[in-house]
Design a protein around this ligand. Structure first.
Ligand code: ARG
Length: 261
């Protein structure tokens, strides 16, 4: 696996663009750096290739590289940020991908990068409603030549699809159906290998976990989740991501997949 991360040199909460953010509840910078380093070191220990991008000025959310775009092989489809507060990140990500030999593609409609687009068993599952426009889904399907499934997000606490959906390799997918429009809940539950998470698990960003070789990096763990993971022979590794939760992010948000295997 190969991923892109952004060291949190300028991470902060200075505006509120999702309900988790509160400018009066700032992250502890030192602790945030420690938590990021722990995640980074764990990735390295697990044999993940980690590429780094430098955080731009006045872009406190750029640490959440997942929103930068979506990668398949040599193509980078740049995120098209809905909020002006994050718009400036686009140029930084596009520059990095160009420099690293990728074909950089931009979209006319809003799209939240991998925050709203995740692969599971060769299909691209995509969310829309808060950060992405549904029109971007068809555009991406055409550009990447992959089948897509669209799910509408309705709960502002789960504004990005990657807070509701987590592929556990090809073994299973953890989903939070309550975050989807009623018309889409059955569709979500009928995804092969779908395992519904509890509200408690969703609130603790279990969907924002990262799977690596039989292990799931999680920011929260309870007995029910342990059982669910044991059934599919997956070992959880618990990390404390408290400072990123204050910005509405977690492990997966800090991780952009460049190569999934
Ligand atoms: N504060 C960031 C925002 O609201 C958090 C982004 C989290 N990223 C994610 N992929 N869910 O945009």
């Amino acid at each position: 696996m190969r991923i892109l991360m952004c060291p949190p040199t300028k991470f902060d909460v200075v505006y509120e663009i999702n309900p988790w953010m509160d400018v009066a509840n700032k992250p502890d910078k030192k602790l945030a750096l420690e938590q990021w380093n722990t995640l980074y070191n764990l990735y390295k220990k697990l044999g993940v290739e980690v590429e780094l991008i430098e955080q731009g000025d006045n872009l406190p959310d750029m640490v959440f590289t997942a929103n930068g775009g979506t990668v398949l092989d040599n193509k980078f489809i740049s995120g098209n940020f809905r909020f002006k507060e994050r718009k400036g990140e686009e140029a930084h990500f596009q520059k990095w991908f160009k420099k690293n030999g990728y074909q950089v593609i931009t979209l006319p409609h809003n799209q939240g990068g991998e925050g709203d687009a995740l692969f599971y068993r060769k299909t691209l599952y995509m969310g829309y409603g808060f950060r992405s426009d549904k029109k971007a889904h068809k555009e991406m399907a055409k550009l990447l030549h992959v089948p897509i499934v669209s799910l509408k997000l309705i709960n502002p606490y789960f504004y990005d699809f990657d807070t509701t959906f987590c592929a556990v390799g090809d073994r299973a997918v953890l989903i939070y159906p309550e975050a989807y429009a009623e018309k889409d809940r059955e569709k979500a539950l009928s995804i092969p290998g779908a395992i519904a998470m509890t509200k408690q698990q969703a609130d603790n960003f279990i969907a924002n976990s990262v799977y690596i070789d039989g292990k799931l990096l999680v920011g929260y763990l309870d007995e029910d989740l342990k059982k669910k993971l044991k059934k599919i022979d997956v070992e959880p590794i618990l990390l404390n991501m408290s400072e990123y939760k204050k910005a509405g992010g977690g492990i997966k948000c800090l991780t952009l997949y460049l190569e999934r295997n």
